[in-house]
Write a protein that binds this ligand. Structure first.
Ligand SMILES: [Zn+2]
Ligand SMILES: [Zn+2]
Length: 319
């Protein structure tokens, strides 16, 4: 039986259609090759990237080097100049210059490593860089939102295989954030805090540690989609304490290691609030494709139930 499900708060539907369903392990992909002629993100090639914005240094066995580097994207989607004010002409034509900063964060000097392979401490440092860049970039005059995301694997949109994240700070509050903010404003208590309470005892619960809970959302759009929420009501990663950042890094690593078992391409992104919305991270494994029905209706067909996906994360044997 197929089931139509609505997102917790958004006016967004999915169809969970398990007739053609594969078991989670049947989604496994071929491992992608990391071989390239020249990698711009590898140590020794620093002068092939735009000038560095910052780095995290390490010193091991007397050897000095960087463990994380960040710099402007060579092919930015937004520019640091122009008129950021959004205008409408003749009813239909709304526009502005796309003003902002597009940055790349190289997460490790080691070409062969994935984010999942790094230590919890190292992943926490990457998260600290997210925090620092959001704080810096949101202060810039034309910036309305700072989007932090990671694309891993070709089907998730990566062109460079060396593990990295991206930041686009730009002159628009994304409509998805506005919709979530509105839903939170309408509710008399935080809907995400309510979700935490319900999902921590549901079949969709994946992992829990002292500060974070992860679960596969009720109306998951993609097989193995998973969300991570801090248990404390915070609006942004900037409000997380040191121990909370470590707990987040630990949980992210666990989830990414499970996805690595499947060689799953994935996107993840931070969703932070402006006034009310509870900060969270959404991870979307890209093991299915959007096609005609999805584009014509906005309704996504997902062939794996989030309940079964959560069992995969919890390492439950399935028959
Ligand atoms: Zn490399
Ligand atoms: Zn909350």
């Amino acid at each position: 039986m197929a089931e139509l499900r609505k997102d917790y708060i958004l006016d967004r539907y999915v169809i969970i259609a398990t007739e053609r369903s594969l078991r989670p392990h049947q989604f496994k992909r071929q491992e992608e090759s990391k071989k390239v002629d020249v990698c711009y993100f590898c140590p020794g090639k620093e002068d092939l990237t735009p000038p560095e914005t910052g780095r995290v240094q390490i010193e091991t066995k007397g050897m000095k080097g960087w463990c994380i580097r960040y710099f402007p994207n060579k092919y930015p989607a937004v520019m640091q100049e122009g008129n950021s004010i959004i205008k409408t002409d003749n009813e239909f034509f709304t526009y502005a210059d796309a003003v902002g900063m597009h940055e790349v964060i190289v997460e490790t000097p080691e070409h062969e490593k994935e984010l999942a392979d790094l230590s919890v401490q190292h992943i926490a440092r990457v998260l600290e860089v997210y925090k620092e860049r959001i704080e810096m970039l949101s202060k810039l005059p034309d910036i309305k939102y700072v989007a932090v995301f990671k694309n891993s694997g070709r089907e998730a949109g990566t062109s460079l295989v060396h593990s990295h994240s991206q930041i686009i700070a730009y002159n628009l509050i994304p409509p998805i954030i506005t919709e979530k903010e509105q839903a939170c404003r309408k509710s008399n208590s935080c809907p995400y805090c309510k979700m935490l309470n319900i999902e921590k005892n549901s079949y969709r619960r994946c992992y829990e540690n002292e500060h974070f809970l992860s679960f596969t959302p009720y109306a998951s759009r993609f097989p193995m989609e998973v969300w991570m929420l801090p248990k404390r009501h915070v609006l942004s990663i900037a409000e997380l304490s040191g121990p909370e950042m470590t707990a987040l890094a630990e949980m992210l690593k666990r989830i990414l290691l499970k996805l690595k078992d499947l060689n799953a391409p994935y996107n993840y992104y931070l969703q932070y609030g402006l006034e009310k919305m509870h900060f969270h991270i959404e991870i979307l494994p890209r093991l299915s494709t959007l096609a005609g029905f999805e584009f014509s209706t906005g309704t996504i067909i997902n062939t794996l139930t989030p309940e079964e996906a959560a069992g995969f994360y919890r390492n439950e044997k399935v028959g």
